[in-house]
Design a protein around this ligand. Structure first.
Ligand SMILES: [Zn+2]
Length: 170
């Protein structure tokens, strides 16, 4: 007779004849939630996030090949040179997108999103790379080539990336 203390959702799985694990087929399932608090440093990318609070959008440019990285990269992967910060205007174009029907709820900012919502890859004016982020737009209105701009919020956020999102220009 197994000892069950929690009485939560106990199942007995069928055992085949000769099953050496027959004594272990009774399964008790528990629903446990895990909460963790940890400190994460944004390192060389910190200035990008700090400037979001100042409503400025910063990328980086390589002095060797003139590529502009957005999201910023501290090192150019083509030239292996350190890049320099530059400010971008915050306008761009939708290159591809997904309509999400599920919010992972990984933090309060994401949990607040009401599906369906749009996640887009934006080519910012003056940038060489695509910037993936939220596009606040009705899913039925988003299209490739659509002009968008950055919008900043003064509302409190859990992660500074949510100080910004994209919205249609019209
Ligand atoms: Zn380069």
């Amino acid at each position: 007779m197994p000892i069950v203390t929690s009485k939560k959702d106990v199942q007995t799985l069928p055992a085949a004849t000769g099953d050496i694990w027959a004594e272990f087929r009774e399964i008790e399932r528990l629903n446990l939630s895990l909460t963790q608090t940890y400190t994460h440093t944004l390192g060389k990318y910190s200035r990008f996030f700090i400037e979001l609070e100042n409503r400025r959008l910063l990328g980086t440019r390589c002095a060797g090949c003139a590529r502009v990285y957005m999201p910023p990269r501290p090192l150019c992967p083509h030239c292996l040179q350190a890049t320099a910060w530059i400010e971008l205007a915050g306008t761009g174009v939708v290159k591809t997108f997904s309509v999400l029907h599920f919010s992972p709820g990984s933090n309060a900012d994401v949990a607040a999103l009401k599906p369906p919502y749009v996640f887009a890859y934006i080519l910012l004016d003056g940038a060489s790379t695509l910037f993936p982020h939220l596009l606040r737009c009705a899913p039925e209105h988003v299209e490739l080539g659509m002009r968008v701009r950055v919008e900043f919020t003064d509302q409190p956020v859990e992660h500074p990336i949510h100080l910004m999102c994209f919205v249609p220009m019209e």
